[in-house]
Structures are given as structure tokens and as C-alpha cells.
Write a protein that binds this ligand. Structure first.
Ligand SMILES: [Zn+2]
Length: 244
């Protein structure tokens, strides 16, 4: 028994430092939670007869199919025209099981609006340094406590912010190369509910301006939705490749 305990302790010592150094986010992406903004009685921004909720759902469903073809698991916070509370979106994200040995991401999709009709382009938000992960408590779903057990809450928040930043940059770059004619508004820091409450690297894409008379035309088209979904997919794959 004593010998067994010594061997067990040595095995633990061998495993623990590497597990702590790797962290839960430093694995290829195996799960993406896609969050199409608004829905149901909440149309989001409206312009030229187009509702934000419909435009972003169209992009999100195409992104779902692309990622599934890549062998990545997808969880949708909504896949039809229904209203989902922000809190519930986070519950859906945080309850999703991560595939063994893989990491997870949260990607929210919205369309922008401005009183200045000439405002144009795409931008991506991350919580970055604002991100406070408050999930190591009694509401932590089974399995999640173990996943983050090797990290302090501060360290988990820090790593999540760092990886969110990396994800945001990858998506900005891939949208820029897919849409070279669009105004690149870049990566911004946003104190947004869905970015703050999801216990995984996260980003929110503002695909185009629904208030811009030219952009709203493309935003409502199937071709734009396909291309935007491909660009976001490519950013996610670039991010995943950059980990290993
Ligand atoms: Zn929105």
C-alpha cells in the first residue's frame, strides 16, 4: 500500500505541473457556442426593412454548418426566431460539455447601427481585461469545477482574456481578408454581458451597419451571409491552429 501511495504521488507530481501550465484554453477548438443576437420580439437594429435578428441568424446558421463540416461541435443559443434572455445564453454556453482534450469558444453575432448613416464596416468586441470569470461557485455545472481546478479564479480570468484577445484578432484579420473593401474598424474592448459571463474565450462580431444604406443591402443577401460565415469560420480555425 505504501509503495502504491508513493507511486501514486510521483504520478501526480508528473501530471500536475504540465496540466497547470497548459490550462483549459490551450487546446485545439472542439466546441463553438454560436450566439445570434436578439430574436423573437426583439428585432435588434432595423434598417431598410431588414431586422438585425434575421440577418445574424442567417450568418449563424451558415457558420454552424461550416464548423460542423470541420468536425467541430456546435451549440446554438438560438437556431430560430425566438427571444432568449442574455442570462440564458450564458447558461447554455456554460452548460455545454467540452469535447475531451479540446477547448471551447463563444462567438456572438450582431449587426451594427448608428445615427450617422455613413458609418460603415465591421468590428469585433472582446471583454479582454475586463473579463471576470465568476463560475467557480455552487452554480458551476458538473465537470467544470474540475476543468478549472488547476487555476485560481484570477489566473483563469487572465488566461481567458488573453485567449479572447487572440480570438478577436484572428476574426478581425479573417474578415478583413474576406471583405477587403469593407471598413476595418478593428478589435475593441466591450463590457458586454454575454462576453463577461461565458467561461470560455469569447468574441462578439458586428458584421456590418444595418443603418448604412449600402451595407444594409449586402447584409440582407445570402451571398454576404455565406461569405461572412466563411470569414468567421476561418478566424476560428486560425485561432485553433495557433494554439498547437
Ligand atoms: Zn445587436
Amino acid at each position: 500500500m505504501k509503495r502504491f501511495l508513493i507511486v501514486f504521488a510521483l504520478v501526480l507530481l508528473a501530471i500536475l505541473p504540465s496540466a497547470a501550465a497548459e490550462g483549459p484554453f490551450n487546446h485545439a477548438v472542439g466546441l463553438v457556442v454560436i450566439d445570434p443576437g436578439h430574436g423573437g420580439h426583439d428585432p435588434g437594429a432595423v434598417g431598410n426593412g431588414l431586422n438585425e435578428k434575421d440577418a445574424v441568424l442567417s450568418i449563424a446558421l451558415k457558420l454552424r454548418d461550416l464548423l460542423s463540416d470541420d468536425g467541430i461541435e456546435v451549440v446554438m443559443t438560438r437556431d430560430s426566431d425566438v427571444f432568449v434572455e442574455l442570462e440564458q445564453r450564458c447558461v447554455i454556453a456554460n452548460s455545454a460539455l467540452w469535447p475531451e482534450g479540446k477547448s471551447a469558444l463563444f462567438v456572438s453575432i450582431h449587426a451594427n447601427s448608428s445615427e450617422a448613416s455613413e458609418a460603415s464596416g465591421f468590428e469585433v468586441y472582446t471583454a479582454r481585461n475586463d473579463k471576470v470569470i465568476d463560475f467557480l461557485n455552487e452554480s458551476t455545472p458538473a465537470g467544470m469545477g474540475f476543468r478549472f481546478a488547476s487555476l485560481s479564479r484570477e489566473k483563469a480570468s487572465q488566461e481567458c482574456a488573453l485567449m479572447s484577445d487572440r480570438l478577436g484578432r484572428a476574426i478581425v484579420d479573417s474578415i478583413a481578408s474576406g471583405f477587403p473593401y469593407m471598413n476595418r474598424r478593428g478589435l475593441k474592448e466591450g463590457n458586454l454581458y454575454v462576453l463577461n459571463c461565458t467561461a470560455m474565450p469569447s468574441a462578439l462580431v458586428e458584421a456590418a451597419f444595418i443603418s448604412n444604406p449600402e451595407e444594409v443591402l449586402s447584409l440582407g443577401s445570402d451571398a454576404f451571409a455565406v461569405k461572412m460565415a466563411e470569414a468567421i469560420e476561418s478566424g476560428i480555425l486560425d485561432y485553433s491552429d495557433s494554439i498547437r
